[in-house]
Ligand binder design. Sequence first.
Ligand code: ADE
Length: 259
Amino acid sequence: MHFHIMTLFPDMVMSGLGTSITGRAIANGLLSIEAVNIRDYAFNKHNSVDDYPYGGGAGMLMQAEPVYLAYRAIEEQIERRRAESEGGQDGRPCAAQGGAKTRVIYLSPQGQTFNQEMAQELAREEDLVLLCGHYEGIDERVLEEIVTDYVSIGDYVLTGGELPAMVMVDTISRLVPGVLHNDVSAEFESFQDNLLEYPQYSRPEVWHDKQVPPILLSGHHANIEKWRREQSVIRTAMRRPDLLAKAELTEAERRLAEG
Ligand code: ADE
């Protein structure tokens, strides 16, 4: 999977995502993450990419043209790569060969709220373009022209789209097959069934006078699974009761959730 992050702060994005699990996945060739510096596409001698908003008001806006040129450069690169890997006809643009349009996500508090289901859907894409705004936003005209999805990471306002883009890349990356060493760990975790994950314990068996639940030491896998499922239901009922409406529960589990 290929992520293309359009930003004014490429170092911020790459220093955050070049480490740990995403860093290893990049090294293993499972992911690529490129940060495209929008400033490289400034079209004036001061290298500026922002200007005052028409009609007045506070702050500056990112201008349409540098954003558009940066986007076009990414699109061309994607089209070239796809044409080459498909043994494509003399590098003709992929869209011309009937390829699907690349999703271009604008990170904005006005977007649809990001969640695990959206992450799963996006993890099926071959390329994702993430557009990070700054200042008071971006000229509406270029958004109309290139953006396919508006995504927010929550009802609060950050200074820019970089942290939200990093949150999205991290969440989506770990769903790409092979990125987590143990693919089942992405299956049995919080939100996958609209249930929170059960509590987990490691050595020692007793810590600060607290004993690991004896069932986990029993070696009886069916009972352990049953206990974990119950704990997930109880925990979700306590901490995130709003999720239960969407969870598929048996009659007994519903009763358990209702306490
Ligand atoms: N940019 C600023 N705030 C944001 C948010 N909450 N989600 C996504 N992008 C943003």
